[in-house]
Design a protein around this ligand. Structure first.
Ligand SMILES: [Zn+2]
Ligand SMILES: [Zn+2]
Length: 274
């Protein structure tokens, strides 16, 4: 294994060979732009491919305003397949989902995943109990919480996401830092990384954090290094909710992952490449 110092720092002006594997569509109710516009943006940016990972349908009681309904799933698949056909030979377009891990909903998620042939499925934790902790509307709740306890609870859920066997990668690993609330202790996160490595899962290396108050990709540099040291692969994702965000900061992101000794991977047909 090469140490970070052995890796030459090549300025990445070209995004050729890179894939953006985390992006959304208007079906989730909080994104804009047709899949074909995301694909065109990727082509213009020089990416080799993209994978759509819109928010998975969940049981009706869970986070309904922020995702497509189950009866819209075929429309989603159809839109992505259309973009796939339209850009064939120019840009690889994959079909995926960002699934939520929320205890009790695993069977529902499993049933949704059985409905189509996905290329890539991300498992994300967006809720601590009934609190959507990454929603800016509810950010005040952080002031009422003990951050150490909050992160231990969060990573226990992420551990569940890793172990449930439904996902290829974990989404935005250290998401509770989004508004600047840092984990006071990395022990729980490191335990999750041990599990991720043991199970052969990957991590979403998500540049959306750079566009949020925390101003930093998920996961943070120390977790990136710890994951790289465990041989965990990173799937680059912009988490674009509009076409202009496709491939956002990817040159620097790829350089950062490689400088940390990390491996950039991607998925098709739920098989890891790279
Ligand atoms: Zn979203
Ligand atoms: Zn997410």
């Amino acid at each position: 294994m090469t140490s970070p110092a052995d890796v030459p720092s090549v300025p990445s002006t070209s995004l050729s060979g890179l894939y953006d594997s985390h992006m959304h569509t208007p079906l989730c109710g909080h994104a804009e732009g047709h899949p074909r516009e995301y694909a065109q943006a990727a082509l213009d940016a020089g990416l080799s491919g993209i994978t759509f990972t819109d928010h998975i349908p969940m049981p009706a009681w869970y986070d309904a305003p922020w995702r497509m309904r189950l009866d819209q799933l075929d429309e989603y698949v159809g839109m992505v397949r259309e973009a796939q056909a339209e850009f064939a030979g120019r840009l690889e377009v994959g079909l995926g989902l960002e699934a939520d891990f929320h205890p009790g909903t695993e069977r529902f998620v499993e049933e949704v995943l059985a409905l189509h042939d996905w290329d890539y499925v991300i498992g994300s934790v967006h809720y601590l109990g009934a609190w959507g902790f990454d929603n800016p509307e509810f950010v005040d709740e952080y002031d009422r919480r003990d951050l150490g306890q909050l992160y231990r609870h969060y990573y226990a859920l992420v551990e569940g996401a890793a172990r449930c066997g439904l996902f290829d990668a974990l989404g935005h690993l250290d998401l509770p830092k989004k508004f600047g609330h840092r984990d006071p202790d990395s022990a729980a996160a490191l335990r999750v990384l041990d599990t991720v490595a043991a199970l052969g899962l990957s991590l979403d290396y998500n540049t959306a954090g750079e566009r949020k108050p925390v101003g930093e990709a998920y996961p943070a540099p120390d977790l990136l290094a710890a994951a790289a040291a465990r041989g965990i692969g990173f799937v680059l994702g912009s988490d674009a909710h509009r076409p202009s965000e496709v491939g956002a900061s990817f040159g620097a992101a790829a350089e950062r992952v490689r400088a940390a000794g990390g491996r950039i991977v991607r998925y098709s047909g739920r098989v890891r490449h790279g």
